[in-house]
Design a protein around this ligand. Structure first.
Ligand SMILES: [Cu+2]
Length: 125
């Protein structure tokens, strides 16, 4: 009986892992009107931007060098997080996530390709 439970748990674990959404990690490598900084250390701070009801929330975000920004799609339709310089162009299904490591100072403007009215901004100090 114990063995059966163990096998069941193992299958459950594999099932959950395969269903989990992969977080794509991106590093800034180009920024218009900004500057990439070498050797930035991670602060461990992760800012969350929820995508809900066709909006990025918060729309404007202020972060520090070394922070990360994590976008999570809470809508049932697909969106993208697309930067004006195409440094990041990520398609996100429902519950899809993308995380950006911020190693540049300046202003990052982004939008959704499918809903161009959806726009947001990350300002790095
Ligand atoms: Cu969209």
């Amino acid at each position: 009986m114990k063995k059966i439970s163990f096998i069941f748990l193992l299958f459950l674990l594999v099932f959950l892992v395969s269903c989990g959404n992969e977080v794509v990690e991106v590093v800034v490598d180009d920024i218009p009107n900004g500057e990439v900084v070498e050797g930035v250390e991670a602060t461990g701070v992760v800012h969350e931007v929820r995508i809900e009801s066709l909006k990025f929330s918060p729309t404007d975000l202020e972060v520090e060098l070394g922070d990360s920004v994590n976008w999570i799609n809470g809508d049932n339709v697909a969106h993208t997080v697309t930067f004006e310089n195409a440094m990041l162009d990520q398609h996100l299904e429902n519950k899809g996530e993308v995380e950006l490591f911020v190693n540049a100072v300046g202003e990052l403007r982004y939008f959704c390709v499918y809903h161009p009215g959806m726009q947001g901004k990350v300002v790095v100090k």
